[in-house]
Write a protein that binds this ligand. Structure first.
Ligand code: SAM
Length: 292
């Protein structure tokens, strides 16, 4: 999302830099200025950690002081690739968003919830398109700061809910139902796949959109990695598997049917906008919009 025309003063750029250093801005593709850009596009393409923020004028002492910044700040020599890859990712996100809105019709009457919303790219986009209500929630509560910052820049009113999916209770506490629930690149981080699906499917009164890595088995299955990643230190077995969890396409469709979804769209529809990421060897990379 190109925010350059919305950035009207240097305080906004300083705030974006602060959020990057804090670690609550980086994953989603945003351009703040010619010298400040974020996004995971290049890492998606290359399948390795290369950096999430182009921030060439960062104080190098800060990087020495906070070693975690080494993983976040892009080596400037990669900028051209980084910029192009984030444009591809933005285009893919925007295609999902446009096609969901087109299929759902008059979105001025529709409420949206994005589960695992990160810094709010999806709810912000739905809000900009005139959604009746656009909300998001995430396991990292401090993303609320970034969502509020983006709301302020864009004049949107996205609500960041202070809740997330809890695998111990299989709930998203205190969350009301929404017409459309979206969930992008989150399912593959959740150990209890079918319970998670059931929770987000139950919250969706009209439609559920999922984009995740799906394995190529022709039967119902879920693949787990050989080793847990261990991102969340308190998540012991059986919740320790927090990445590369890949259900099969038939299992996802069967689950959606069993939850009462009746009509399915695979997005993006147009072939020319497909972009094949090396999604850990998973060849099915479309999003599925399931309607009740
Ligand atoms: C790979 S990122 C995807 C972010 C965003 N949906 C996107 O596609 O741009 C996964 C996100 O899911 C969030 N997440 C992980 N476990 C979660 C949970 N149990 N409930 C809500 N969010 C979760 C992470 O904090 C992270 O922001």
């Amino acid at each position: 999302m190109d925010l350059r025309k919305y950035i009207t003063n240097s305080n906004q750029l300083e705030e974006a830099k602060k959020l990057i250093i804090e670690g609550v801005l980086g994953y989603q593709p945003f351009i703040f200025s010619d010298n400040l850009e974020t996004g995971v596009g290049l890492e998606f393409e290359k399948g390795e950690y290369l950096g999430l923020a182009y921030y060439p004028d960062i104080d190098k002492e800060l990087i020495d002081k906070y070693p975690r910044l080494k993983r976040l700040i892009l080596d400037t020599k990669y900028f051209n690739y980084f910029h192009k890859a984030n444009a591809v990712l933005s285009r893919l996100y925007d295609t999902f968003i446009d096609e969901i809105c087109q299929i759902m019709g008059n979105i001025g009457n529709i409420t949206f919830l994005d589960v695992g919303c990160n810094t709010g790219y999806f709810p912000i986009s739905f809000a900009l398109k005139g959604a009746k209500e656009a909300a998001g929630c995430d396991r990292e509560p401090n993303f609320s700061k970034t969502v509020n910052f983006l709301n302020q820049i864009l004049g949107t009113n996205v609500i960041f809910l202070d809740t997330h999916y809890d695998s111990r209770t299989h709930t998203i506490a205190n969350c009301k139902p929404y017409d459309v629930v979206t969930c992008v690149t989150v399912l593959m981080h959740i150990s209890d796949t079918l319970f998670f699906l059931n929770t987000i499917g139950s919250l969706a009164t009209k439609a559920l959109f999922i984009w995740t890595q799906l394995n190529d088995d022709a039967h119902n299955s879920i693949h787990y990695p050989d080793e847990p990643r261990g991102e969340y230190k308190d998540d012991k077995f059986p919740l320790c598997f927090d990445y590369k969890i890949h259900p099969s396409v038939p299992l996802l469709y069967k689950s959606l049917e069993l939850m009462g979804f009746r009509k399915f769209y695979e997005i993006p529809e147009k072939k020319e906008i497909f972009y094949a990421y090396s999604l850990n060897g998973c060849s099915f990379y479309k999003g599925i919009l399931a309607l009740k």
